[in-house]
Design a binder for this molecule. Structure first.
Ligand code: C5P
Length: 241
């Protein structure tokens, strides 16, 4: 598959056209950012870790019956995906209270939610991704009420499967963010699933193994990402086409 024109440059990924109109190429860069892009760095190898773990999770979730945009790896930091019409929502699933939910509401850091919470943010950097609700989603024409329910069901299924996988390796999935897009009439899981977009705590030590290490200067973020890749991806998972 040949890489065509650059279509979109995000904070950590670049998206290119391919030879085929309904397929795109996503290159995971080594850039890392936090706090709406106010903190920025480039860390050699980081893009590869996130691309490989995303490929692994997308493959695992497809096996569990969750439809995703993932088609295959082109090299260790580049993947081929179906071209989606992205829905500008950040769908956040929370198993425990951490981050913005603790700043905004009187939850105790680390408190477990009996039922996982789903929070949706409207994806727009210039508006600082405001939290959105069902009525606003419908009024903006982003999703119908039935589609909101479908997206919630998919997000909870992703949570169940990922949580189980992490738990078996001694990691606690605190929260994560996913994004969806339309491919014809179907809604597919898009974007990425990586340490940039989740909180993972070591069950024994409580240590963060995710982007919080970078956000709050908790140590060496590259070693944390490498550790998750090592713990999660079986040696036989090649992924590269
Ligand atoms: O910042 P907040 O606590 O709302 O983040 C919840 C989860 O969603 C975290 O795992 C965070 O890394 C992820 N997130 C993200 N991209 C954003 C906002 C949050 O991946 N723009």
């Amino acid at each position: 598959m040949n890489r065509g024109q650059l279509l979109y440059e995000g904070k950590a990924k670049s998206v290119y056209l391919s030879d085929t109109p309904d397929e795109l190429i996503v290159a995971f860069r080594d850039d890392i950012t936090a706090f709406d892009g106010q903190k920025k760095d480039s860390l050699a190898g980081k893009g590869g870790y996130n691309a490989r773990i995303s490929a692994f999770f997308f493959t695992y979730l497809e096996e569990k019956g969750i439809p995703t945009h993932f088609m295959g790896m082109i090299d260790d930091h580049t993947m081929a995906v179906k071209r989606l019409n992205m829905i500008p929502l950040e769908v956040i699933v929370r198993n425990r209270a951490a981050g913005s939910i603790v700043r905004r509401y009187p939850f105790r850091e680390g408190q477990t939610f009996d039922t996982p919470l789903i929070v949706m943010d409207y994806k727009d950097d210039s508006r600082h991704d405001p939290m959105i609700n069902d009525d606003i989603i419908i009024a903006l024409g982003l999703l119908s009420r039935d589609e909101i329910q479908h997206v919630r069901d998919l997000a909870l299924a992703v949570n169940r499967h990922l949580k189980e996988l992490f738990r078996a390796r001694g990691l606690d999935l605190v929260d994560f963010k996913i994004e969806f897009g339309r491919f014809g009439d179907t809604i597919l899981l898009g974007d990425e699933i990586s340490m940039d977009s989740m909180r993972l705590w070591d069950v024994k030590t409580g240590a963060s193994l995710d982007k919080d290490v970078y956000r709050y200067d908790k140590g060496d973020v590259l070693s944390a990402y490498a550790k998750v890749v090592d713990m999660m991806i079986p040696k036989e998972f090649g992924g590269v086409q």
